[in-house]
Design a protein around this ligand. Structure first.
Ligand SMILES: [Zn+2]
Length: 198
């Protein structure tokens, strides 16, 4: 009795093995969904879609025609603070860096940030009260200046952004036609000036 059962089992196993051998999983007779298909090789020449911010018409030519001289420079909070720490006279240092007349701009939200920072930043507030610093009025709520500055330079290509903030610099670099200034080794340096935007 036991033998018979074992035999039957052996036959069943053999049949299954045979079946496996005859129908490979790549077989056309298998239904589409059951067939093993090789993953498609990625074509290195295939065009990839990269999202880029829309270019303003000012960038129709290969460089930003709306940039000065004279230059219009939006200063953020930490740029002002870094300048003070490095004992740099902001307006003089801007001109030393760009060899041209410069108009520094302070947005309401940057002023708001400085006001929030309290006593320690009194000097910064005093400096930007100078009437050579132009005010850029803000319509938005709150005092988060990064979004405000990014919005402004996306819409108007006439500005340079002065900031030492890594995050903000990274965001500005994605916007074509906007040079970035920062404080480095006790002077101002500029990147992306005269960039081509194609
Ligand atoms: Zn603002």
């Amino acid at each position: 009795m036991g033998n018979k059962k074992n035999n039957a089992r052996r036959v069943a196993i053999q049949k299954l093995a045979q079946l496996k051998r005859t129908i490979s999983l790549k077989d056309n007779r298998l239904k589409e969904k059951d067939r093993i298909t090789k993953p498609k090789k990625q074509d290195p020449n295939e065009l990839k879609v990269i999202e880029k911010p829309k270019q303003s018409s000012a960038l129709f030519f290969s460089y930003n025609t709306q940039l000065g001289p004279p230059y219009h420079i939006i200063l953020d909070t930490n740029f002002i603070n870094f300048s003070i720490k490095n004992k740099l006279d902001i307006i003089k240092s801007l001109m030393d860096c760009l060899y041209a007349k410069c108009f520094p701009y302070i947005t309401d939200c940057v002023r708001g940030e400085l006001e929030k920072m309290g006593q320690k930043y009194k000097l910064a507030l005093k400096i930007i009260k100078d009437k050579r610093f132009e005010r850029l009025p803000c319509m938005h709520k709150g005092t988060y200046a990064d979004d405000c500055i990014v919005d402004r330079v996306t819409q108007h290509k006439c500005y340079i952004v002065a900031t030492n903030d890594k995050d903000l610099r990274r965001r500005i670099r994605k916007i074509p036609g906007v040079p970035i200034m920062n404080v480095s080794q006790s002077k101002y340096t500029i990147e992306r000036m005269g960039d081509s935007f194609d």
